[in-house]
Design a protein around this ligand. Structure first.
Ligand code: NAD
Length: 480
């Protein structure tokens, strides 16, 4: 294990102006390594390098197929190093090794997907009569700022930079303080792929120092932020002060409605992934199950059995795909989740299983299920960001939809039913950016993703995301 990791600015590995930060392995509670901590000046240097790269035309004057090949090579680099990256990701984030492999492959997939789109960003010709030739072109904004959360540190960065670089934007990435190490491999991938210096800059720094400096920087072109509502609001305000467009991917308290005709085996498969994958630290987690009274008791019982069947412990020992769960990212996040569980019990929710930390080193919370939850309880309104399922009972489709829409969030939602009309009614009525019918997390890098309400605005993934990174220029030419 490398003991000290540096930041990457303008094609060089550099120390941080604010010293070093210790990174902890949440699977053991022990120190893992140190990383350079970026100062405000380091952020200025990175933005200047990205701006110079953009202005030089080193990315934008390339034929799109060249950028396409660079993106593909970056993805190939990640796949070629998947074992070492996944091991490092496991150690710094706490997730099981096999989940880390899925994340590395997911990150590579973004480079493949967006690399393939480089040649498709075409303008239009607009008829203005005989004396004119009018057409549009799409130009990059210049510097794309990316602020990354800790739950999928590699994949979230890949999601943003693959679309940004494909469209010829130079990037400055502010990695999460809790698990920044694997992002270094993206810099190695950029070098292996032949990206020009300054095209990709990666810094670890504190949010209120390096993050704030980046969000409020006058020389960025756009900003993409993924994280909490509270920080997203600060980032949006900082961006607005410089009139920079922002995309905000924030939290959620997403609900799955289960109708009496649903296939409960299918529902349980989605419970497994929806709330226990990544120990529930997923913005689009299925944190609320709104179960019809006819199937409610069986679902509570089966969810508890599922929670108890998961083997919870250090991710590095959980190598094979299966019924395992790792640590949460930190003691702080684990304690916050545990407190929310305690409050829920005090407030009258029934703790069916879990709800407590494990009696061993590391940031572990037992997989948890609550029943007898009503929509106005804190546990039904607040994002836990942990392996905590709340089950709410309902007796009608209309009431279920009302409960589903009864939070400030609107990231995703879903319904399980054999009735296609009911499914489509719910899909139209649930206020969220993505609806799953009979499979939670159905979709992929191809499908647009983003929130309604306090879950944010703008879209990542899919073709939609490309348009975050380009601005339309109209060119009108008088021919005589
Ligand atoms: P967070 O808001 O605490 O931090 C996110 C990032 O913002 C970090 O890199 C942090 O250093 C930085 N930051 C903190 N203060 C800042 C400031 N003043 N200015 C600029 N940057 C600042 O979120 P987190 O705890 O890392 O992640 C968990 C949250 O992220 C959850 O709410 C989750 O739902 C959300 N999330 C959303 C998505 C999505 O795509 N919608 C994906 C993953 C996580």
């Amino acid at each position: 294990m490398q003991e000290y990791w540096q930041n990457y600015i303008n094609g060089r590995w550099v120390d941080g102006g604010s010293g070093r930060l210790a990174i902890t392995n949440p699977g053991t509670g022990e120190k893992l390594a140190e990383i350079a901590l970026a100062s405000r000046q380091d952020v200025d240097d990175a933005v200047a390098a990205a701006r110079a790269c953009h202005r030089s035309g080193a990315l934008s004057t390339l034929r799109p197929v060249e950028r396409s090949r660079m993106m593909r090579r970056m993805g190939d680099y990640l796949l070629a190093h998947r074992t070492e990256i996944a091991e490092l990701l496991t150690l710094e984030s706490g997730k099981p090794y096999w989940e880390a492999v899925i994340e590395v492959e997911g990150a590579a997939r973004y480079f493949e997907y967006y690399g393939n789109q480089a040649e498709t960003v075409e303008g239009r010709s607009i008829p203005l009569g005989g004396d004119y030739l009018d057409f549009t072109i799409y130009e990059p904004y210049g510097v794309s700022a990316q602020i990354i959360p800790w739950n999928y540190p590699l994949e979230m960065t890949a999601r943003g930079i693959a679309a940004a670089l494909t469209t010829a934007n130079a990037c400055v990435v502010k990695t999460p303080e809790l698990d920044p190490l694997t992002n270094s491999y993206l810099a190695h991938a950029a070098e292996a792929a032949g990206l020009p210096d300054g095209a990709l800059n990666i810094l670890c720094g504190y949010g209120d120092e390096a993050g704030a400096q980046l969000a409020g920087h006058a020389d960025i072109g756009t900003i993409v932020f993924t994280g909490s509502v509270e920080t997203g609001t600060k980032v949006a305000l900082a961006a607005a002060a410089n009139l920079k467009p922002a995309i905000l991917e924030l939290g959620g308290k997403s609900a799955a409605i289960v109708m009496p005709d649903a296939d409960l085996d299918v529902v349980m498969e989605s419970v497994r992934w929806g709330i226990f994958f990544n120990a529930g630290q997923v913005c689009s987690a299925m944190s609320r199950l709104i179960a019809h009274a006819d199937v409610h008791d069986e679902l509570v019982e089966r969810s508890a059995a599922l929670a108890q069947s998961l083997s919870v412990g250090p991710g590095i020992e959980r190598r094979e795909f299966g019924a395992t769960m790792g640590a949460m990212i930190s003691d702080g996040q684990r304690d916050r989740a545990e407190n929310l569980c305690r409050n829920a019990e005090r407030g009258g929710a029934k703790l069916v299983t879990g709800g407590h930390r494990l009696n061993q080193p590391g940031s572990f919370l037992a997989p948890t299920v609550f029943s007898d939850v009503s929509s106005d309880m804190e546990i039904a309104q607040t994002e836990v960001f942990g392996p905590v399922l709340t089950v709410l009972k309902t007796t009608s489709e209309a009431e279920a939809i009302k409960i589903a829409n009864g939070t400030d969030y609107g990231l995703v939602g879903g319904i399980f039913t054999a009735d296609i009309d009911a499914a489509h009614r719910a899909a139209r009525q649930i206020q969220a950016g993505q609806i799953f019918i009979n499979e939670w997390f159905a979709g992929g890098v191809e499908t647009p993703f983003g929130g309604y309400g306090k879950s944010g605005y703008g879209r990542e993934k899919g073709r939609e995301a490309l348009w975050n990174y380009v601005q339309t220029k109209n060119i009108a030419y008088r021919t005589r």
